[in-house]
Design a protein around this ligand. Structure first.
Ligand SMILES: Nc1nc2c(c(=O)[nH]1)N[C@H]1C(S)=C(S)[C@@H](COP(=O)(O)O)O[C@H]1N2
Ligand SMILES: [Mo]
Length: 197
């Protein structure tokens, strides 16, 4: 009997296939911030990409939104084991922001207002995989969740989605950011459980 039912019984049958290994579903949206919450008005907010020549490609709030926003429904996965499914988001694709950026470098360091950093490979940011998010759950992003704008890279653990995003600096190597220097994985794929290293 156990031979027949094995694999069809117990927890595995109820487990949502969108839940990566080691993750648990939550309905609320926890706040996880390493320091104080910066308050940045959209009037003074800007986002920049800095290439290896030091040239800055910069957008203010209106210029960002003028690139075109997308509405998305996606899942977010925190390394502290919670996953939130089917979240509505709105944001500008990084493909739009990188359209006029010429660089030989394959990595970026994301920098936030307040000093947080996280490292990313360019290939994890392009081809419809990442956004500068301005809204979630149908509302402008609250300061606690990174408003007015945060990086959104849903296919990696959520620490890569830098809140209060300030800009991206092109990098020749995959140097570690804030949590990565403190033991978090350089890449952070939740399906491979790339949590720590
Ligand atoms: N600037 C900044 N971005 C950050 C963090 C942070 O401390 N500062 N925490 C990261 C971590 S560890 C997680 S899990 C998510 C949490 O986002 P939330 O508070 O909106 O849930 O933001 C990420 N981005
Ligand atoms: Mo996190």
């Amino acid at each position: 009997m156990s031979f027949i039912t094995r694999g069809f019984s117990g927890r595995s049958r109820d487990r949502d296939p969108r839940l990566p290994p080691g993750q648990t579903l939550v309905d609320d949206w926890p706040v996880l911030s390493a320091g104080a919450t910066p308050r940045i008005d959209t009037e003074e907010w800007s986002f920049r990409i800095v290439d290896e020549t030091g040239a800055k490609h910069e957008w203010n709030w209106d210029e960002l939104l003028a690139l075109g926003v997308e509405d998305l429904t996606l899942d977010i996965h925190c390394v502290t084991h919670w996953t939130k499914l089917d979240m509505p988001w709105r944001g500008v694709s990084l493909d739009k922001l990188f359209e006029d950026v010429e660089s030989q470098h394959d990595y970026v360091m994301a920098h936030s207002y307040g000093g947080y950093t996280t490292n990313l490979a360019l290939e994890d940011l392009l081809d419809g995989k990442a956004w500068i998010a301005t809204e979630a759950d149908g509302e402008p992003l609250s300061p606690e969740h990174g408003g007015p704008a945060r990086l959104l890279v849903p296919h990696l653990y959520f620490w890569k989605s830098a809140k209060w995003i300030r800009g991206l600096v092109m990098q020749p190597r995959d140097d570690p950011g804030f949590w990565e220097q403190n033991g978090y994985h350089l890449h952070g794929d939740p399906w491979l459980e790339e949590r720590y290293w």
